[in-house]
Design a protein around this ligand. Structure first.
Ligand SMILES: [Zn+2]
Length: 144
């Protein structure tokens, strides 16, 4: 699973993308109530990259960082500003994230987490949200 995600990240702009990956062109999510700050942001676009916030990979995600290095990816990741506070909160709880997207008001937001954190996410009240029901590691974010 992490290999698939890293392959997506390699396709992302400038090799930093933590976001905008699984949501690249995915129109499959149910367009429900959404409210994030994005206006006219297309998935994978320069505008999308430009608005993102670049942060260091946190220390509890060392395995992810090393896996990224192996794939020639950066030790910095970019996150949509609409969801950075929530992602940082997940990090503060020790949750390892593997990609996220605010949805840019076009699809639902999501965050992928390490398999070990699936139960923790459920206990925090997060709802699994991937069009492929076999994917248990993708959750809808709460703040968007
Ligand atoms: Zn947004």
């Amino acid at each position: 699973m992490i290999r698939n995600i890293l392959n997506l990240e390699k396709q992302g702009l400038k090799n930093y993308s933590h976001c905008n990956l699984n949501c690249l062109g995915s129109g499959v999510f149910n367009l429900g109530s959404m409210a994030c700050n994005c206006k006219n942001i297309d998935f994978g676009s320069e505008e999308n990259f430009a608005q993102q916030i670049m942060v260091d990979i946190p220390s509890h995600m060392e395995g992810y960082k090393q896996a990224r290095f192996k794939e020639g990816l950066s030790d910095k990741i970019c996150i949509d500003p609409c969801i950075i506070d929530e992602v940082k909160e997940l990090w503060s709880l020790g949750i390892e994230t593997h990609g996220c997207c605010c949805g840019h008001n076009k699809t639902e937001s999501f965050v992928n987490v390490h398999e070990k954190d699936i139960e923790k996410m459920l206990s925090l009240g997060y709802v699994q949200n991937h069009p492929d029901k076999s994917r248990k590691d993708t959750f809808r974010l709460k703040s968007v």
